[in-house]
Design a protein around this ligand. Structure first.
Ligand SMILES: Cc1cc2nc3c(=O)[nH]c(=O)nc-3n(C[C@H](O)[C@H](O)[C@H](O)COP(=O)(O)OP(=O)(O)OC[C@H]3O[C@@H](n4cnc5c(N)ncnc54)[C@H](O)[C@@H]3O)c2cc1C
Length: 403
């Protein structure tokens, strides 16, 4: 076996999640040496994810649906207000897929290794420092500490990220900008259209969030919830309560339990420092409205890989050289996410009655534009004067956020 501590790696990526693996692929493509290490014993396991990925991200990332890991085509979505009123959109063609994330990540890992990357599991980074322009990381494996060296580190170590902090970049999540996620993979359930994503809203159902059913195979789905991390009652409490009220779901069997935090909006103004880039959940690259972080964050991982390759060519790993990463990410996605954060703040102010009113009166197109913060002048005129005119409080909130 290759002795991973015997050389100075061009890049060490900490975290073999989708983001770390995708960053590794980009670096390996450029024939630079890259080590991807992870504390877990198995790639993709346990998943902390509902596994939904829209076709838009398949296209942006150059991924082709593959029956081994994109197991359930999704043709649209249904959004439910607290009283059951719904907005539905169903297309003939698939709009995205539910992944089997374990298989997806293994697929990415195999691609990375084919291109020349090295991956090692059960390696926990416990400390990191700079020494003569090189990063030295103490890594625990098999009960022993070994030192691994790199010219550049990409921290893709997820929401609990400590590696960037070890190297002087503050990536701490504000509690107010963190959601608490809890999910069961359930089987033997029924009563929902398996071609759609199902999202349930309401302040008593999921405060500052929603409950989801993301269908996987026949009678099997990820049934989960995301709520504000500061809520007094836990995400599990709300999810169990809701499941108990759903005839087709309550008698199903739980075959997996997943839990995790989701960074939904405290974007990092600075995502690099000397010898370090941070990407994925570690860099808070998550959509603030729905908490999705596979696609956006993989795009961030790819960008981090590309910037690393430029730094290697220039033999310059300074903060100044690497700062193009933060600038490019904001130009690419960060500013769009900031707009969506504004929409999330709007959603946080809605009451149960507002959710029901909107579910009964607006179209999916309008719902998506509200979420994206992309209502045009004509959309606003139609929405404000025709639909919200009878609900002055809701109108005031909308005008405040979208004037
Ligand atoms: C309940 C829930 C549902 C979700 N559903 C969706 C969804 O449907 N669609 C979507 O797009 N997104 C979803 N997300 C978000 C998505 O899962 C994350 O955004 C995504 O996993 C981020 O990938 P990542 O590679 O940045 O981090 P991770 O996948 O968390 O990978 C980080 C890796 O770093 C490793 N690591 C951490 N510290 C160290 C260390 N010190 N040393 C070595 N290794 C370390 C960890 O073991 C881990 O493998 C969901 C999240 C949750 C919690």
């Amino acid at each position: 076996m290759e002795d991973i501590k015997s050389k100075v790696w061009d890049v060490v990526v900490v975290g073999a999640g989708p983001v770390g693996l995708y960053a590794g692929i980009e670096i390996a493509k450029a024939k630079s040496s890259v080590l991807i290490l992870d504390r877990k014993q198995e790639i993709g396991c346990p998943k902390r994810c509902a596994e939904g990925l829209s076709l838009r991200w398949f296209n942006i990332l150059g991924l082709k649906p593959n029956p081994e890991w994109s197991i359930q085509p999704i043709h649209g979505a249904a959004l439910y207000g607290p009283s059951g009123k719904q907005i539905k959109m169903k297309n003939k063609e698939p709009q995205g897929y539910i992944l089997e994330r374990k298989m997806f990540e293994k697929h990415l890992a195999i691609e990375a290794v084919k291109l020349g990357a090295k991956i090692t599991m059960k390696h926990l980074v416990v400390s990191a420092k700079r020494e003569n322009g090189i990063v030295e990381m103490n890594v625990e494996a098999d009960g022993k500490i070994q030192t691994i060296k790199a010219k550049l580190v990409i921290a893709c170590d997820g929401i609990d990220s400590l590696v960037a902090r070890m190297l002087g970049l503050n990536t701490k999540n504000n509690l107010n900008d963190t959601d608490s996620g809890y999910q069961y993979e359930m089987t033997g359930i029924s009563g929902y259209d398996e071609n759609l994503l199902h999202l349930y809203f309401g302040v008593d159902i999921a405060p500052r969030g929603y409950i989801w059913i993301f269908p996987k195979r026949e009678g099997t789905a990820n049934v989960g919830i995301g709520i504000g991390a500061y809520e007094e009652k836990t995400a599990k409490f709300y999810l169990d309560k809701w499941i108990a009220s759903q005839p087709g779901v309550k008698d199903g069997s739980i075959i997996e339990v997943n839990a995790g935090g989701i960074p939904v909006g405290g974007f990092l103004e600075k995502m690099e420092t000397d010898n370090l880039l941070v990407a994925g959940d570690a860099g808070h690259m998550v959509d603030p409205i729905h908490g999705g972080g596979i696609g956006i964050a993989m795009e961030g991982g790819r960008l981090a890989g590309a910037v690393a390759v430029k730094a290697l060519k220039a033999k310059d790993f300074s903060d100044k050289m690497l700062s193009t990463y933060t600038k490019e990410w904001y130009a690419l996605r960060g500013n769009e996410l900031k707009r969506r954060l504004k929409s999330r703040h709007l959603l946080e102010q809605l009451t149960n009655e507002d959710f029901d009113y909107l579910a009964g009166s607006i179209s999916m197109d309008e719902a998506l534009k509200i979420g994206n913060g992309t209502l045009t002048k004509t959309d606003k005129f139609a929405l404000f004067t025709k639909k919200l005119v009878t609900r002055p409080k809701l109108l005031k909130i909308m005008v405040k956020y979208f004037q």
